[in-house]
Design a protein around this ligand. Sequence first.
Ligand SMILES: [Fe+2]
Length: 231
Amino acid sequence: MATDHSQYFRTPRPRPIRPPKLHHATFMTMDVDAMVKFYEEVAGLQPVYYAAHAAWLTNDDANHRIALLRLPGVYPPVDKPHLVGLHHTAFEYDSFEGWVDNYLRLRDLGITPTVCLDHGMTMSMYYQDPDGNGVEIQVDVFGDWSLSKEWMWASQEFSEDQIGPQFDPEKLAEAYLAGQGMAEIHERARRGEFMPEQPRTEMVFDDPWPARLAANPELAQPIPFPPAPGA
Ligand SMILES: [Fe+2]
């Protein structure tokens, strides 16, 4: 006698999920030019489309990774560092040398990170874009996502401290330029040997808006809405 499979079709069951991949982040902004310049300098993103009201930027094969929208009605944030929402986007170097060299290049352009952390699975430098959004530039210290994921999932170290010690990027770069490799530098950073003279006490970012609005009061005005048709 044939088996009756009809129950399979009548009963809701969990099914395997084929997940989509993370593709891009989109920010509302009041100054597309300043944001385009920053993302190009910090992470090599180039505009695929660029206008005064919007831009779409990428630094790999995707058609965009960061999008910027200057939408009508947008106005500056109040107390940006404490707003609920996105804390940072992140970009990863696949080589330690590339990661340190990017720090040195940006430092020479006058762009420095707000805070640097050795998280255990990555060493991370956190910059802030002109609007105050965080941008993490990281290198995976395992050089292998499956290993770094395993470490986050299973290690006692991560369960006890998910942030890790701060480091002064100048001290780290000095060790790099003296010929030390990633493994040694990572170990030293984890021991706190590169701690800044004045570590940050809060993990929220700085608020660029008071100074920005003082320098350019026009930015306080919301982006105007276009005139109604026929007006
Ligand atoms: Fe992150």
